[in-house]
Design a protein around this ligand. Structure first.
Ligand code: ADP
Length: 254
């Protein structure tokens, strides 16, 4: 079963150079994400990844097309959809007067759930930081805490927007382990990343976006086989970075 169905999704924004005209930041994209997949959305800055995610999550209005999550239409049943999903945003700011334990108690209460904060902290390996304030956490710990917050409502689908950007290799590796553990428990994960190694390591399938469109989709193996240039005959054929550069024609833009 496809837990996320995106059909012909479109978003128009005013042009930066002429506000009276609009352009399609997301230009009619379709995606099907199966239950239990780790699905990656790749593309250069400005490709439309965040806008796409935000429309799927119900955080940004949809101009055209539709999104179904667990069979629910995001535009018609936004509150029911919000019960099915967890969202980790790129940058999170928390009330720094509260401890991780207190913040999770607060979010759990707001969602009308009763998962103990210890359970959530245990899942993201932060039990020993229960009494710490968020501003005392390292970059990797902050990311894991924001995932704990996204798990408060026991989501079926977890959305992660660039979860490892700025993390050191060890923290990145810890986060990959966490994503795999959550996925092994049956959770569908949708993530954006600029890190091709991450996409290849974590994702069952990928869609590569550029200029608001999906320009290629498939498993990492399929994409590498189809698009990577300068391929040695055996055993591997280039890597996902080759696919990315071949398709978007540009180096990674930070
Ligand atoms: P990505 O996540 O792939 O970097 P975004 O979805 O953030 O891309 O942006 C896609 C395009 O839409 C970019 O050209 C960006 O400048 C533009 N855009 C994003 N949000 C807004 C907004 N709120 N108003 C106007 N333009 C926007």
């Amino acid at each position: 079963m496809n837990i996320v169905e995106v059909r012909n999704l479109t978003k128009r924004y005013p042009r930066a150079d002429n506000k009276r005209e609009t352009f399609e930041a997301v230009a009619g994209i379709s995606l099907s994400i199966a239950q239990g997949e780790i699905f990656g959305l790749l593309g250069p800055n400005g490709a439309g990844k965040t806008t796409t995610l935000e429309m799927i999550e119900g955080l940004t209005d949809i101009d055209g097309g539709e999104v179904l999550i667990a069979g629910l239409d995001v535009q018609k049943e936004p509150y029911k959809v919000k019960q099915q999903i967890g969202v980790q945003l790129q940058a999170n700011e928390y009330l720094d007067k509260l401890s991780l334990h207190e913040l999770l108690s607060l979010f759990t209460a707001l969602y009308g759930r009763n998962t103990p904060p210890e359970t959530l902290l245990g899942k993201v390996n932060l039990l020993d930081k229960a009494q710490a304030r968020p501003n005392r956490l390292s970059g990797g710990q902050k990311q894991r805490f924001s995932i704990a917050c996204a798990l408060v409502n026991e989501p079926k689908v977890l959305f992660l927007d660039e979860p490892t950007t700025g993390l050191d290799p060890q923290a990145k590796r810890n986060l990959w382990d966490l994503v795999q553990e959550l996925n092994a428990g049956g959770m569908t994960i949708v993530l954006t990343t600029h890190n091709m190694e991450e996409a290849e390591f974590l994702c069952d399938r990928l869609a590569i976006m550029d200029h608001g469109k999906v320009i290629a989709a498939g498993t990492p193996e399929q994409l590498i086989h189809q698009y990577a240039r300068d391929v040695p005959p055996v055993p591997r054929h280039g890597n996902l970075e080759d696919v990315f550069l071949h398709l978007t024609g540009s180096a990674l833009r930070e």
